[in-house]
Ligand binder design. Structure first.
Ligand code: NAD
Ligand code: IPM
Ligand code: MN
Length: 357
């Protein structure tokens, strides 16, 4: 198979973890006989520094003509005081919108060997395996107006959704639930928000088209609590943009580290973008200690969702699991046994297992 992939390294640990993902991808190419052609593009702070904008037009064009996009992470203190439209995060939001990546899939599955890496009790997290389906191109992140008014004393952000935007992500979640254990939890704030009331109505309406899926509604505040007190009660979770952002970082605690959580951002028919759920981790950038697993598992998601290379994706996932089962981990995982490795050495272990396949 011949595929064009746009590589967006971004900022902070973005370039470090991307280099590891590329090494893994090259190993998959060599082992399974595929050619992955990589092109670099600018996004985030790196793009601001080089091109004066967080999302150059050339990046969007390259993305649209690629078969998939891999993204590291954007942001950092260097650009934190920039005006809103010159922030690295704008680049990320911009590419999600430009490619209409409305469906963000964030699987949260802990590895048995790492159960004790989580601050939560073993008996609470054992067996937890869930998928957060997050709406990614609407809600508070994109609603207009979003501005500071009246001499800086009044601010407005707008939570805007159309029925069409809600329906497509809800359908996607039902379909995802059908491929898993057919249980869907819809998370909203329908006791307060008008948007959530409509969201809940659409979930009820759509549930008639998926009679094999059991649906429950949970308010977001209660969900935040239940996620860490009874995570095994969840399978597929669907929610709007900002709730999904917050709940997914929280859910990463089940796995022991935010550095373990991959994601896929999908559109209805166009190119998919794959990135870790975490950020650019400026506090550890440049030290070769970042956990590369979220980025590597995002690469596996790309192989599965964009290229339908199931065996290749599984090879990566199994190699990650084997490396972990052999006691290897990075510094972010708080485990007392095993061996703590650098970013590159952790990747070496994963690559070793792929080559043994
Ligand atoms: P963060 O996710 O970058 O980091 C939170 C904490 O988790 C930090 O202590 C960090 O060291 C740790 N961490 C994250 N990923 C890790 C990894 N792979 N290995 C080891 N440790 C890891 O969130 P933050 O500190 O709130 O934000 C930093 C910057 O990243 C901000 O500019 C923010 O806007 C940006 N951000 C970008 C994305 C993205 O590009 N998708 C996502 C979230 C945050
Ligand atoms: C994420 C990040 C982004 C988001 C930021 C950096 C805009 O936190 O991908 O989870 O909130 O979507
Ligand atoms: Mn986030």
């Amino acid at each position: 198979m011949d595929k064009q992939i746009l590589i967006l390294r971004g900022d902070g640990i973005g370039p470090e973890i991307m280099d590891q993902a590329i090494r893994v991808l090259q190993t998959i190419g060599d082992t399974f006989g595929h050619s992955f052609h990589l092109t670099d593009g600018l996004i985030g702070g790196a793009a601001i520094d080089e091109a004066g904008t967080p999302l150059p037009e050339a990046t969007i064009e390259k993305a649209k003509s690629s078969d998939a996009v891999l993204l590291g992470a954007v942001g950092g203190p260097k650009w934190d005081q920039n005006p809103s439209d010159l922030r690295p995060e704008r680049g990320l939001l911009g590419i999600r919108k430009a490619l209409d990546l409305y469906a963000n899939l964030r699987p949260v599955k802990g590895f048995k060997t790492l159960t004790d890496a989580s601050p939560l009790k073993r008996e609470v997290i054992e067996g937890s395996d869930l998928l957060i389906v997050r709406e990614l191109t609407g809600g508070l992140y994109f609603g207009r107006p979003s501005e500071r008014r009246e001499d800086g004393h009044v601010v407005v952000d707008t939570l805007h959704y159309t029925k069409t935007e809600m329906t497509r992500i809800i359908k996607k979640a039902f379909e995802s639930a059908q491929l898993r254990s057919k249980k869907l939890t819809s998370v909203d704030k329908a006791n307060v928000l008008e948007s959530s009331k409509m969201w809940r109505e659409i979930v009820e309406e759509e549930s008639k088209n998926y009679p094999d899926v059991t649906v429950e509604h949970v308010l977001v505040d209660a969900c935040a609590m239940k996620l860490i007190t009874s995570p095994t009660a969840f399978d597929t979770i669907v929610t709007e943009n900002m709730f999904g952002d917050i709940l997914s970082d929280e859910a990463s605690v089940l796995t022991g580290s935010l550095g373990m959580l991959p994601s896929a951002s999908l559109s209805e028919s166009g190119v998919g973008l794959y990135e870790p759920a975490h950020g650019s981790a400026p506090d550890i950038a440049g030290e070769n200690i970042a956990n590369p697993i979220a980025m590597i598992l995002s690469t596996a998601m790309m192989l599965r969702h964009s290229f339908h290379l199931d065996a290749e994706a599984t090879a990566i996932e199994c190699a990650v699991e084997q490396a972990i089962n052999n006691g290897y981990h990075t510094k972010d995982l708080q485990v007392s046994i095993g061996t703590c490795l650098s970013t590159t050495d952790m990747t070496n272990q994963i690559i070793k297992h792929i080559m043994k396949e």
